[in-house]
Design a protein around this ligand. Structure first.
Ligand SMILES: [Fe+2]
Ligand SMILES: [Fe+2]
Length: 173
């Protein structure tokens, strides 16, 4: 992949922070980078604009926690627009969950649908592969602490909060 298409986005705080967010049991950054990579290679095959599809890939799940399976595409599309991306990028993002959500209206949208499905499968295989070494569990535990969505849930459950305090205590020993 030619990273220069997304170099500015890779160094953007909204993208960097996703290294600490949980998505499909892996860091969300891993997932979004996979989608960007697959979109980059799929775009010429499907006759789509490569740069648009790749940029949509690296942004497509931002703030996904604020929506549902069918609505988070619209939320991420709005975030992309707020970051100054052109309409074509948001259009590609909004329908990436198809058939759970709106049908794509552009070639780049179809690229995102396919890239996201392949990446989700790759996330799963990476997670299962990491179970054998213990890496997947370690990463998941870390992300459950660093992801604000999970941290908030843990804060509402006393036994989880206690477990988290114990984990932090023992990690310092
Ligand atoms: Fe998504
Ligand atoms: Fe995704």
């Amino acid at each position: 992949m030619n990273s220069s298409d997304i170099a500015d986005l890779l160094s953007h705080p909204r993208v960097i922070e996703t290294r600490d967010h949980l998505h499909h049991s892996v860091p969300k950054h891993d997932h979004m980078l996979r989608v960007a990579r697959y979109a980059y290679y799929l775009a010429p095959i499907l006759g789509a604009d490569q740069r648009t599809a790749t940029r949509a890939g690296i942004l497509h799940d931002l703030d996904s926690r604020l929506g549902t399976l069918t609505t988070h595409g619209a939320i991420a599309a709005q975030v992309a627009a707020e970051l100054g991306e052109p309409t074509a990028v948001s259009q590609a993002i909004v329908s990436h969950m198809y058939p759970f959500g709106p049908r794509p209206t552009t070639r780049e949208g179809w690229v995102l649908v396919v890239a996201d499905k392949i990446a989700s499968f790759t996330d799963l295989t990476a997670f299962v592969g990491g179970l054998f070494t213990g890496r997947s569990i370690r990463v998941r535990r870390r992300l459950c602490v660093t992801d604000p969505f999970y941290a908030a849930r843990i804060g509402r459950r006393p036994h989880r909060r206690l477990m988290r305090q114990l984990q932090q205590t023992f990690s310092r020993i």
